[in-house]
Write a protein that binds this ligand. Structure first.
Ligand SMILES: [Ca+2]
Ligand SMILES: [Ca+2]
Ligand SMILES: [Ca+2]
Ligand SMILES: [Ca+2]
Length: 276
């Protein structure tokens, strides 16, 4: 979901590296984001990760009656930043790593007007159909935190909104957590304790750090690289705010020669046009 930026309340940075380096930095899955190049130093630039990491930043606050997108809730339901990279380890296995910063307390119970944390949702082909979920909590007796689950959209719970600002839980298509599906493997997942001083808008924050062996993706990923474009998104169980990392097609499928011809400026134009 591309967030509309309203001056004075929302800070939106949407940026992506155009290529991942041949040897992207390997992450340590420990709940610490220093290895991503991210810093809670009270500045806007603290959100920006190291080179070779794809990312979206959408830091909001309680301003504007706490409107996020597509719902409300302010800082307590703010999905703030999502980071993505992949790398091949010495064991020859390639891993997809995700980093999420949110103002949503992972321990928020679901009940009354409160909604707990959701799962990471992966859409290969960027066609609105989510092929995999990475579970951030136990969802059934067999689908447990850290599991990677093969899904269709019918396997997912959905949020409270049918469109931005439209409360209609019966018709929401915003996927939130995995109810059912096929356990295809295990990710590493660590959720940090709370921290402050992230960006300039204040509030408490938490960091989710995830590493997924890409072998679980089957034909969607061959060797060191994905075979098709994909999106990763995260939200909480109400889907008040949704954050998406959207690797542009050039990142994963454009021939190197074409990328060289177009250059960074050309790719930026493609990215803008696709988002309109
Ligand atoms: Ca780390
Ligand atoms: Ca946000
Ligand atoms: Ca925020
Ligand atoms: Ca798909």
């Amino acid at each position: 979901m591309k967030t509309t930026s309203l001056a004075g309340f929302a800070l939106t940075l949407a940026a992506a590296a155009f290529t991942l380096p041949a040897h992207a930095t390997q992450m340590t899955i420990d709940g610490n984001f220093a290895d991503w190049g991210v810093a809670n130093n009270g500045t806007v630039s603290g959100w920006t990760p190291g080179s070779g990491i794809l990312f979206t930043v959408d830091d909001q606050s309680n301003a504007n009656n706490g409107y996020l997108n597509p719902g409300w809730g302010g800082q307590a339901y703010d999905a703030e930043a999502l980071y993505l990279t992949w790398y091949t380890k010495l064991d020859g296995q390639t891993y997809l790593a995700l980093g999420l910063i949110t103002g949503h307390d992972p321990n928020t119970p679901t009940g009354g007007n409160n909604y707990g944390r959701g799962d990471f949702a992966i859409d290969f082909g960027r066609d609105g159909s989510f092929e995999f979920g990475v579970l951030t909590a136990d969802r059934s007796s067999t689908l447990r935190q850290g599991d990677v689950v093969g899904t269709s959209n019918a396997d997912w719970a959905t949020g409270l909104w049918s469109a931005p600002g439209v409360y209609d839980p019966a018709h929401s298509s915003y996927v939130t957590k995995v109810n059912t599906g096929t356990d295809v493997g295990n990710a590493s997942l660590v959720i940090s304790s709370s921290f402050g001083n992230m960006g300039t808008l204040g509030g408490s924050h938490w960091f989710y750090e995830v590493e997924i062996p890409v072998a679980v993706f089957g034909g969607h990923w061959t060797g060191n690289s994905p075979t098709e474009s994909f999106d990763v998104q995260w939200t909480m169980l109400c889907a008040n705010d949704i954050i998406i990392v959207d690797p542009i097609p050039a990142t994963v499928s454009e021939p190197a020669s074409l990328a060289l011809v177009l250059g960074a400026a050309g790719l930026a134009c493609l990215a803008r046009r696709r988002r309109t």
